[in-house]
Design a protein around this ligand. Structure first.
Ligand code: FAD
Length: 444
């Protein structure tokens, strides 16, 4: 990284959070951004991803209109809400199309592929972070955003005790062309639908580009040693016969659709514990300048933070992960831009760089962490409730239509997740951090 800007930002992971953060930070002469991605290229995961109003609003603010285009994603034609009481319709693009749409807005020279993060340390000589990759190469930066997904190596580096745990939910996902597979089904739903049973759900939706997605989710008690799929590998090939078996007692239309699914892939959902703080580094044992050989602790201050699943792996509930990642990225960028305003481009003063980064990371955490901690708490409570029902019923939980209706009617309102406004939250965090800035609204 060069040094003509006031701050050099390294982003680990070119997923949804990482690319969105790079886009939100671009075109600002005081900020230089580089993205380091483990994969050799953006890869097809063959899965859909749902976006709620908050994520769609953030894509709009990022001006990533190509991700919102009907050729990439499917929007309910009626404009009516689907699962929750959304103000806008639910939207379902394919995950890799969303990622590709984001990548189109990130200069290719800023994305470095085949760079798997290994470690980071503070170099007292250059007063910079030194990032090491699995291929032996290194990079320098002032601040690091770990956006490297659910099994984040950045999170593990700073919080080695942080482990992911299977929630008991396993998802079978298929994405395939409507024609020829479903062309014979006259009543194929026009709108995205999410059908609920006691311990399983089925999500059906058209996608952009003539594709269709079938997402079957089943829940088991994660404490039962023989629970199926607890040892499944993320994105492994699944057995369509097993998927069909889940819905064999469901309506004829459901059976007809599920019977036509040509293949499926398996995803065991996982969560990780909420972290005490998202501002990492600064005097921790890991934050040594290994390269100096001295092993002495350094005084880098906090210069590392996390976004997306790396910060708050909540297990995919409420189809909120993609939108939460987008909002994190936006908040991180707002905090960095606030600490390093474009109009104050000046000669780099290393001391003030560190202070401004700490300020930015505090502001970012204040904007996001309370909200995502609450999401994780609610998900954990919901999962615990349904697992208890399994245990009470000795594994054979059944539910009548009326009971299901009551359960759905009594579900907690989740509009606070899907309607969350990250710009408003940032303005509030700013006012809390520095009351003299109370009137200053988010500038992005
Ligand atoms: C199959 C599937 C379906 C999903 N469905 C939904 C849904 O319907 N709705 C929803 O909201 N969410 C859904 N999610 C979750 C959603 O995709 C995530 O919450 C969201 O992608 C989080 O974005 P992220 O940027 O944090 O992580 P990711 O998008 O996972 O990106 C992480 C990136 O980091 C890279 N990386 C990993 N390790 C390293 C390393 N050591 N060094 C460098 N790079 C690294 C990865 O290759 C990847 O590109 C789904 C996820 C999957 C995989």
């Amino acid at each position: 990284m060069g040094s003509s800007s006031n701050v050099r930002v390294a982003i680990i992971g070119a997923g949804i959070a990482g690319l969105a953060a790079a886009i939100a930070l671009k075109d600002n002469p005081s900020i230089e951004v580089q993205v380091y991605e483990r994969a050799p290229e953006l890869r097809e995961i063959g899965a859909s991803i749902a976006l709620g109003p908050n994520g769609m609003r953030t894509l709009d603010r990022l001006r990533v209109y190509n991700a919102l285009h009907d050729s990439v994603a499917f929007r309910n034609k009626s404009g009516l809400p689907m699962i929750y009481r959304f103000a806008e319709s639910f939207m379902v693009p394919i995950r890799v199309h969303l990622q590709a749409a984001l990548a189109e807005h990130t200069p290719a020279t800023q994305i470095h592929f085949s760079k798997a993060f290994q470690s980071v340390s503070f170099d007292a000589g250059t007063q910079s972070l030194r990032i090491r990759f699995a291929d032996g190469s290194t990079a320098e930066a002032d601040v690091l955003l770990g956006a490297d997904g659910i099994h984040s190596a950045v999170r593990r580096h700073f919080v080695p005790s942080s482990q992911t745990r299977w929630t008991g939910w396993t998802t079978f996902r298929s994405v395939f062309p409507v024609d020829p597979h479903l062309a014979h089904i006259a009543d194929l739903p026009d709108e995205a639908v999410h059908i609920w049973g006691p311990d399983r759900t089925l999500f059906l939706s058209h996608l952009g580009r003539g594709l269709f997605t079938v997402v079957g989710s089943t829940q088991s008690d994660p404490q039962v040693p023989s629970a199926p799929y607890q040892d499944a590998t993320w994105n492994e090939e699944g057995d369509v016969a097993v998927l069909r078996g889940f819905y064999k007692e469901w309506s004829p239309l459901v059976r007809q659709i599920v019977d036509a699914v040509p293949f499926t892939r398996v995803y065991p959902n996982a969560t990780a514990h909420a972290l005490d703080s998202w501002a990492l580094g600064g005097g921790q044992a890991d934050d040594r300048d290994e390269g100096s050989g001295s092993g002495a602790r350094t005084s880098s201050g906090k210069r590392v933070t996390l976004a997306g699943d790396a910060a708050h792996a909540h297990g995919g509930a409420f189809a909120a992960g993609g939108s939460l990642a987008l909002d994190d990225a936006w908040a991180f960028a707002m905090a960095i831009k606030h600490a390093f305003p474009a109009h104050q481009l000046q000669a780099r003063d290393r001391g003030s760089v560190g202070e401004n980064i700490e300020r930015a990371l505090r502001l970012y955490e204040r904007t996001r962490k309370g909200h995502t901690d609450r999401v994780m708490r609610v998900v954990a409570q919901n999962n615990a409730k349904t697992v208890d029902r399994h245990r009470e019923a000795g594994g054979g939980w059944r539910e009548t239509d009326d009971e299901l209706r009551v359960r759905m009617q009594n579900r907690a309102d989740t509009s606070w997740i899907h309607e969350h406004d990250v710009v408003e939250a940032f303005a509030e965090a700013l006012a809390d951090e520095d009351p003299s800035q109370g009137e200053l609204q988010a500038q992005l």
